[in-house]
Design a protein around this ligand. Sequence first.
Ligand code: NAI
Length: 242
Amino acid sequence: MLKGKTAIITGGSRGIGEAIACEFASLGVNIAVIYAGNKQDAEKVCQKCEKNYGVKAKAYQCDVSIFETVKETVANIRDEFGTIHILVNNAGITSDGLCAMMKEDAFDKVISTNLKGAFNFIRHCTGMFLKNREGCIINIASVVGLTGNAGQSNYAASKAGLIGLTKSVAKELASRGIRCNAIAPGFIRTDMTESQADNPLLAAIPLGRMGETADVAKAAAYLATAQYVTGEVLRVDGGIAM
Ligand code: NAI
C-alpha cells in the first residue's frame, strides 16, 4: 500500500524520526530525511534505508523553523523525488523551566521549532498533496500537549498547539483526500529523555516500561495506511495519560 511513495521525515537523523524513517523504508517508502546539523547521522540513516530496504533516501539540512528555508527544501525534494505523499513533522526540542522564570528566548525557540516548523512543512507540501488528490500528514505531538506538565509550559504549549493544528488541517483538507493525524508519545527512550531515567513518573506507566522508538514508528505506519482515520490524536504512552 505504501510501496513507491515518498515521505519527508523531519528530525529523521536520530531517535523517533530515525525509527519512523526505517519503518517506512521497510514498507517500500522512499525517504527524505530532514536534519538540523548532524549530516553524518542523517546520511547514516539514509544508507541504512537504502541498503536494508532498497528504497531511495536522501538527507537535507534544513532548520524547520525558517519559512523560506523550508520552502526551498520542499522544492528540492520535489525535484529529486518527483512528488511527496507523506509528511511526518517530528523535529522537536525542549528547553525546560518554570514559566515564571522562563527566558523569552526559551519560549520562542520551542514554539518556532515544534509548532511553526510543522506549519512551515504543511504549508509548503499541501500544494502537492492537493494536486495529487492524496496526502498524509503525521504530527509528532506529546502527551504533555494533552495533560500539561510543570516545568514544560513552552513545550506543552507547542504540542497542544500542534494538536489544534492537526485537527484544523484535517478539517480543511479531508474533502480533498488529505488526512492529518497526530501521535502523542509518552516517555520514549531517546536522547531527549536521557536525563529522565530516574523520573518518578516512570513508575506510573500502566504498561510498566518506557516506550521504544519502534513503538512510535509502528503507530506512524498505522496512521500512514489508515484511510478512514483523520484528525485523530493517537497516544503511544503505555497508558500514562489515560
Ligand atoms: P531527539 O532529540 O532525539 O530528536 C529530535 C530531532 O529533531 C533531531 O534529529 C534534531 O536534529 C531535530 N531537530 C531539532 N530542531 C530542529 C530544527 N530546528 N530543524 C530541523 N531539525 C531539528 O528527540 P526524540 O525523542 O526523537 O523526539 C522526536 C519528537 O518526538 C519530538 O518532536 C519530541 O518532542 C517528540 N516526543 C518525544 C518524546 C520522548 O519521550 N522522546 C515524548 C513525546 C514527544
